[in-house]
Design a protein around this ligand. Structure first.
Ligand SMILES: *Cc1c(COP(=O)(O)O)cnc(C)c1O
Length: 356
């Protein structure tokens, strides 16, 4: 089976973890600090704050931006559930707007009509590794004095007009095992704002600067040095990983003709966390996926149910209709694009997909 994702675990990762074990210091420490420094550099920001997951990074980023009860946050329903759940964690309300068919990202033309006096932030999600139209989002945010929290969990290294994901608003990243760069579990917050960075650091560790003196309500959202050691070893390979993903995506796009392949608009550099196609013309997705599985090709559906249609979310946001999201959720599936694919794997994927 060609898996939809395959974490790269090499000698460097193994040795780094062993070295932490042998040091006897497993909790957040010097490896986490080194990982943060490296991650900040790669994202072109002053500060990176490591957390236990992408979800806790989003949670802290919203808190540090002062988002709380009574506030509304405009976001996309076409994402992993954590993007919207983090808004609920801080007591605010997610307001879902529809997406663009071409990029799967929030349709920036719909943001302004969703703004109310309660709107405090926009939470764009750079889905599959392609950034949202951040120029437009930034202009709207400035006009209406809104914060921007970027869910860049799938988009480390992606750019829009040369600007990196996570360097525009408060950035949030996931280092979950299947992400482009991973630490098993983990997350990062990126920011140029020193005070915001400091707030995040305190909140991730029980609101504490001086041991057992607590200045605010905080959490245990720390990363361990075991995880940081893996992440740090991965950072050395990130550019090569991304390059391979781009080559693999180009190979697939040049040859696949049976389904709609993803387009990258002018001015965007995609990092291909997922290579997502759409199956249309009345063909059934489940049948297609089953045929590919029988031929030894793993696929994934990201995501089968838009967030506004999940049961508990529907109770909170009511019966909103977002037709593009709802239609695309039935059409999308992702093909393997990860750096460990061989030439033979790619050929096989093209052959089998073109038989659909
Ligand atoms: C992975 C992911 C998250 C959550 O990250 P975790 O590390 O799994 O908590 C949030 N948003 C998006 C878009 C993701 O892909």
């Amino acid at each position: 089976m060609i898996p939809i994702s395959k974490p790269f675990i090499g000698e460097a990762e193994k040795e780094a973890v062993l070295a932490v074990l042998e040091s006897g210091m497993l909790a957040q420490g010097p490896r986490t600090a080194a990982f943060e420094e490296r991650f900040a550099e790669v994202c072109g920001v002053e500060h990176a704050i490591a957390t236990s997951s992408g979800t806790t990074a989003l949670h802290l980023a919203l808190l540090a931006n002062g988002i709380g009860p009574g506030d509304e946050v405009i976001t996309t329903p076409f994402t992993f559930i954590a993007s919207a759940n983090s808004v609920l964690f801080v007591g605010a309300k997610p307001v879902f707007i529809d997406i663009e068919e071409e990029t799967f990202n929030m349709d920036v033309g719909l943001i302004e009509e969703a703004i109310t006096p309660r709107t405090k932030a926009i939470l764009p999600v750079h889905l599959y590794g392609c950034m949202c139209d951040m120029d437009s989002i930034e202009a709207i945010a400035e006009r209406h004095e809104l914060k921007i929290i970027e869910d860049a969990c799938q988009a480390v290294g992606a750019t829009h007009k040369g600007r990196l994901a996570g360097s525009i608003g408060t950035g949030t990243f996931s280092l979950y095992a299947t992400k482009n760069v991973m630490s098993g579990e983990g997350g990062m917050i990126t920011t140029g704002d020193r005070d915001l960075a400091q707030q995040c650091r305190m909140m991730r560790n029980h609101g504490m600067q001086r041991r057992y003196y607590h200045d605010m309500l905080g959490y245990n959202f720390r990363m361990t040095d075991l995880h940081a050691a893996i992440g740090l070893a991965q950072m050395a390979k990130l550019d090569a990983f991304t390059q391979r993903r781009r080559e693999n995506a180009a190979y697939l796009s040049e040859r696949i003709t049976s389904v709609i392949t993803p387009k990258v608009p002018e001015g965007f550099e995609h990092v291909w966390h997922q290579y997502t196609v759409r199956i249309t013309d009345g063909r059934d997705r489940d049948t297609a996926i089953k045929r590919l599985a029988d031929a030894g090709i793993g696929t994934g559906v990201f995501y089968p149910v838009p967030v506004h249609m999940q049961g508990y979310m529907r109770e909170l946001v009511g019966d909103v209709s977002l037709p593009v999201s709802e239609r695309l959720a039935k059409e999308v599936f992702s093909l393997p694009v990860h750096p460990q694919l061989s030439k033979a794997d790619l050929e096989k994927i093209v052959d089998e997909v073109n038989k659909l």
